[in-house]
Design a protein around this ligand. Structure first.
Ligand code: GDP
Ligand code: GDP
Length: 436
């Protein structure tokens, strides 16, 4: 699975600056969707061919109990427990503080692989890091999060033992099986759905609980295709059935999303759409995975309530317009075949092969119909397009003066390609590569 890196340290050492640097690449893609609540604590990124997840534990406000600010919240502790690696940041300009000492002790006790990172080190001499040896966390690494110095070298070291994207894909058999993660908040009906799917006559489930970090994987076939269901968060196997456990883990959810091809976002129609649902939708969008929205417990609503839920979906999840919405009842096993067909379609769209001539033809049609607006130096000229990736499909547009193409025009092209190639159920990324 994709490694999880937790950023730990007292306030003001530069955690969020480093977080932004490590996750920046995808930031711009989702920043301007109105209605999408972006979670600033969790992000994903990639250096070279190595993907990772990052958690900024500083985003979790310490709780003030009886006048004493606790060093770390339960959430931050949980983040450390569930991470693979901790980057412990200290401030090279401020020097060592008692608070650093306390956090260091906590980290030493956790036994977690920890890198001691001396930030704000731009222009400082090597001696600035000497005092931090005292923390007994090994060699201090100096970086400047703000200026980007030393970050790549540090991350190369941190990511060294972890697999490349390609290795993860191979390890997870991406090409042969459809990996489906079912994500949703507690009580949405995830375990009921998984049990219903496994119990379904036309599905053949193989008894194969996974072993990595509590993850549960179930293999099954449907219409001659192989699927792997990935446990998202808070499910445990009990005998032959799956049961929900109380805790919801963002980290497990993110990992499951990252290791899937298609995510089913399960919503509880009875309870309505909550902020947590929008958050999970945001993670999925950012990951680029294909998506099907499953609106569960449809059986429990009358006609009036059903209309109301549909309006609510329209209003709150409009940024997922390209995703198919399937109304189901996991309890009564209704709509499950629709759901799986939608998963299939989304998977097909996510892995569609788009040839350069076809893309270029569609691009020229689009730009003839509506010219890219004149901006800055002159009118952008789009010449050809090629496919830069799958799951999600990436379309790379080449030409001149493309640096000033406005977001609205990018959206226009996205809609155009989506219609042209029937790319339903998958996010689509358009990138511009300019010759000048
Ligand atoms: P956090 O509270 O740990 O998340 O810290 P922030 O990322 O908010 O940074 C705290 C302050 O330190 C901000 O004013 C940053 O601009 C500054 N800062 C962060 N990284 C660096 C750095 O590498 N060099 C310098 N000089 N300042 C930095
Ligand atoms: P999880 O926490 O997401 O795994 O949710 P569960 O599968 O444990 O379901 C939570 C509750 O919702 C349980 O009481 C289920 O019986 C109920 N439930 C699940 N699916 C449905 C459904 O389709 N219709 C109705 N009416 N209730 C459901």
């Amino acid at each position: 699975m994709v490694p999880v890196i937790a950023l730990v340290g007292r306030p003001n050492v530069g955690k969020s600056t480093l977080f932004n640097r490590l996750t920046r690449s995808r930031d711009a893609l989702v920043a301007d969707f109105p209605g999408l609540t972006r979670d600033r604590h969790y992000g994903d990124g990639r250096i070279g061919d190595k993907p990772y997840l990052v958690i900024d534990t500083g985003g979790f406000e310490p709780i003030r109990t009886e006048g004493i600010v606790k060093e770390m919240t339960g959430q931050a502790q949980l983040a450390i427990t569930e991470s693979d690696v901790v980057l412990f940041l200290v401030d090279g300009r401020a020097g060592l503080t008692p608070q650093d000492q306390r956090i260091a002790q906590n980290l030493r006790e956790s036994g977690k692989k920890t890198y001691l990172v001396v930030n704000k080190a731009e222009g400082l001499t090597e001696t600035a890091k000497a005092e931090f040896y005292e923390l007994a966390l090994g060699e201090p690494y100096t970086i400047s999060a703000a200026h980007g110095e030393g970050v790549k070298a540090l991350m190369d070291l941190v990511l060294e033992p972890f697999p490349t994207e390609k290795e993860i894909d191979e390890e997870e058999d991406f090409k042969h099986k459809i990996k489906v993660a079912i994500a949703g908040r507690p009580n949405a009906g995830k375990s009921t759905l998984i049990n219903a799917l496994i119990g379904e006559d036309r599905l053949i489930a193989f008894d194969m609980p996974g072993t990595t970090r509590d993850a549960i994987e179930v293999e099954f076939q449907y219409k001659d295709r192989d699927y792997t269901l990935i446990d998202t968060a808070g499910l445990r196997r009990k005998g032959k059935v799956f049961e929900a456990i109380e805790k919801f883990s963002v980290i497990k959810t993110l990992q499951a999303i990252e290791s899937s091809n298609v995510v089913v976002l399960l919503l509880d129609a009875h309870a309505g759409i909550a902020e947590q649902d929008a958050n999970i939708a945001g993670y999925i969008l950012e990951s680029g995975r294909a998506l099907v929205v499953g609106v569960n417990k449809w059986d429990s609503l009358d006609d009036y309530e059903r209309r109301r839920v549909k309006e609510e979906l329209e209003r709150k999840l409009h940024f997922l317009r390209w995703a198919k919405i399937v109304y189901i009842s996991a309890l009564e096993k209704r709509g499950l075949h629709h759901l799986l067909n939608a998963v299939n379609d989304a998977h097909t769209a996510a892995f569609m092969k788009l040839s350069t001539p076809k893309l270029t033809r569609a691009l020229i049609e689009a730009t003839t119909r509506q010219l890219p607006p004149r901006a800055g130096g002159g009118r952008p000229k789009m010449r050809y397009a090629h496919q830069g990736g799958q799951n999600p499909p990436v379309i790379v547009v080449h030409g001149n003066a493309l640096q000033d193409v406005p977001e609205s025009y990018r959206r226009y092209l996205e809609g155009w390609f989506r219609d042209k190639f029937k790319l339903e159920g998958t996010p689509l990324r358009i990138e511009f590569r300019t010759n000048k």
